[in-house]
Design a protein around this ligand. Structure first.
Ligand SMILES: C[S@@+](CC[C@H](N)C(=O)[O-])C[C@H]1O[C@@H](n2cnc3c(N)ncnc32)[C@H](O)[C@@H]1O
Length: 402
């Protein structure tokens, strides 16, 4: 019942990367757009009567009818005071809204101490052929924090509301944000440039996915949204659903003025699949060196063949520590430093299998570090390496290949 693939007979989970599909033609009525046009977007929070009777929400929730598939209504919940006045708007069910309200950021102001604080690590600039991008304001080394932010808008991931209905609620959500946050949101880039569905267009170009209350939500983080894509990115991100926070860290040294990038799609997919994902999700063709070099897919195939050998525990297996070291080297050569949890894990097992438990623990620690950077503390993959770190000699892999 593994979701994606198996690493040494254990399930290996991969965090989902999100590309939203947006239908604009099937329900194209203009009436709603007229009544919830840009007046709604330019409404100032200061002009809205903000009460306390809906605590922790600053505005009265605005709700849909009960949706058949969800057996619930969806409502816009805004907390304009959230995180020192940054604000947050959430479009979700009343039940999930309660779950949000019980999370540390709504309960305890100190939970947000190091979040939504400018790290001093970046600035933005228009870049040829890429729109705005994020660049390093100082030299960065492996593990340095780039950003740590909460979303301005979160929206329950559903496909039931007609596009223009959804737009109406998204607009209310955005309009209720504090002025600076709303303006930063509305300046974000779009994919279609379709004014009728501007907020969903912004969501399409900029969304991540966050699970709260067992439900996936689309999440837009205005600062983080300026990170462009590369197939050999120099930064990695993960989300902490309890803190509603998106963290970005450098995965290799980044020079002053160098662009900071993340990968919007798995960089371990073949080039054609990566390009398809980027085209359908974000409407651009990637021109990074891994996309233009002819050798990328052959290198990927070689990496997978090496992983298959390391994952082979039969007596004829040629999985050795030397092979594991070569695999690590290939990942680095490809610029995949942010995706080394799997090769570090294979190295841990390969060393343990020949009785070198010390090296096994070192690589298990590196696998853990890589998972924390890529998937965060919730990842079930962490447990695999905790077992090795806790008791390498008691692990099933110990001396399996001696
Ligand atoms: C999340 S936004 C990134 C910031 C965006 N460049 C901006 O101006 O705000 C995603 C959009 O940026 C552009 N983009 C991101 N990475 C790119 C790349 N490697 N090459 C060309 N365009 C890219 C695409 O238009 C994509 O839809």
């Amino acid at each position: 019942s593994c979701t994606v693939r198996v690493l040494s007979r254990q399930c290996w989970y991969e965090s989902p990367l999100i590309s939203v599909s947006l239908s604009t033609s099937s329900d194209g009525i203009s009436e709603l757009v007229d009544s919830y046009g840009f007046n709604a977007l330019s409404r100032k929070t200061s002009q809205t009567k903000v009460g306390t009777q809906y605590a922790p929400w600053s505005h009265p929730p605005v709700c849909t009818e009960v949706l058949q598939g969800l057996r619930s209504k969806l409502c816009v919940y805004t907390n304009a005071a959230f995180s020192n006045g940054r604000g947050i708007s959430i479009f979700t069910t009343p039940k999930v809204a309660q779950e949000f309200a019980s999370l540390p950021p709504f309960q305890n102001a100190t939970a947000m101490d190091k979040i939504n604080v400018f790290s001093g690590a970046w600035y933005t600039q228009e870049l040829p052929g890429k729109g705005v991008g994020m660049l390093a304001r100082k030299t960065l080394k492996f593990g340095d924090g780039v950003t740590a932010h909460t979303p301005a808008l979160l929206a329950y991931l559903e496909g039931e509301l007609p596009t223009l209905q959804r737009e109406k609620y998204f607009r209310i959500a955005v309009s209720q944000l504090p002025d600076a946050t709303r303006d930063a949101f509305l300046q974000l880039t779009t994919v279609y440039g379709d004014e009728r569905i501007r907020v969903q267009d912004i969501v399409k170009a900029n969304t991540f996915q966050l699970e709260v209350g067992g439900q996936n939500h689309l999440a837009v983080f205005p600062e983080t949204s300026r990170l462009n894509h590369a197939c050999a990115p120099n930064a990695q991100y993960h989300l902490n659903p309890k803190l509603l926070t998106h963290y970005v860290r450098a995965t290799r040294p980044i020079a002053l003025g160098e662009e900071i990038t993340i990968s919007y799609t798995s960089p371990l997919e073949p080039t054609e699949m990566r390009q398809q994902h980027l085209q359908s999700g974000f409407h651009f063709t990637c021109t990074c060196p891994r996309c233009t070099s002819k050798g990328t897919d052959a290198t990927l195939s070689k990496m997978f063949a090496m992983q298959a050998s390391l994952n082979d525990w039969s007596v004829t297996s040629d999985g050795t520590p030397k092979l594991a070291e070569e695999l690590l080297q290939l990942y680095r050569q490809e610029g995949l430093e942010g995706f080394m949890d799997v090769p570090y894990g294979f190295a841990a097992l390969a060393y343990n299998a020949v009785g070198n438990s010390k090296k096994a623990v070192t690589y298990a620690e590196k696998a853990e570090e890589a998972i924390l950077m890529k998937d965060g503390v919730w990842s079930p993959n962490l447990r695999i390496w905790e077992e090795v770190m806790g008791n390498a000699k008691g692990h099933w892999s110990y001396k399996r290949r001696t």
